[in-house]
Design a protein around this ligand. Structure first.
Ligand SMILES: [Zn+2]
Length: 201
């Protein structure tokens, strides 16, 4: 296959990228300096070599340690656990700079078509709660996108977590809807994320 076409096909597989955008990326790289292309090659190679999954929050990270940089950081506050749909949402909350607690990545949202939660790490989350309470956990914050799938997942998790509040002193909250309906956490600006945290209930 022609190298331009080949790279274009790879970019097309990226989320939200169509053939025209993929072609623009390739054109950009063709016009860029060799240094930028080399940088891209090297960073891709590093990514492939050392990706592992954090045992605590379940996100993918690029170190050889069992825990990611967030979970291994002693300055993070174990009183709070934010449950998020994806690694991308976790990173959006991190970028906002307003949250200093821990995370758990559930690995997606409930699909409304099937109403199935299969593949989501709900059992893993529930099983980890007692241990987290012992480590100081006081509040689980459900941080899902303001769309029907996000809402369905939040309702399901509230139901699953509620029995644990009978045996532990634990609060379950969800991000306030400072996020406009339909908005993805991933694209929300830091101020919006901050107000969503402050108005959680
Ligand atoms: Zn982690």
């Amino acid at each position: 296959m022609d190298p331009i076409e080949r790279l274009s096909t790879i970019f097309e597989r990226f989320p939200g990228i169509g053939p025209r955008q993929a072609a623009r990326f390739v054109q950009f790289l063709l016009r860029s300096s060799p240094a930028i292309r080399r940088d891209l090659i090297e960073s891709l190679q590093c990514l492939g070599g050392s990706v592992s999954q954090c045992e605590e929050c379940m996100r993918f990270h690029t170190s050889r340690e069992k825990l990611c940089g967030i979970c291994a950081n002693p300055r993070r506050d174990p009183q709070y656990l934010a449950v998020v749909a994806s690694d991308a949402d976790l990173l959006a909350l991190e970028r906002s700079g307003t949250y200093r607690g821990m995370y758990f990545v559930i690995g997606g949202t409930i699909s409304l078509a099937s109403e199935k939660a299969s593949g989501l790490r709900i059992p893993g989350l529930l099983n980890s709660i007692s241990q987290r309470v012992e480590a100081g956990l006081k509040e689980v914050i459900l941080a899902f996108p303001a769309n029907p799938e996000g809402d369905a997942t939040m309702i399901r998790l509230r139901e699953d977590l509620e029995p644990l509040t009978l045996v532990h002193e634990l609060k379950i909250s969800a991000l306030g809807r400072g996020l406009s309906t339909g908005s993805e956490l991933e694209y929300a600006d830091p101020d919006t994320i901050q107000s969503a945290f402050e108005s959680r209930r």
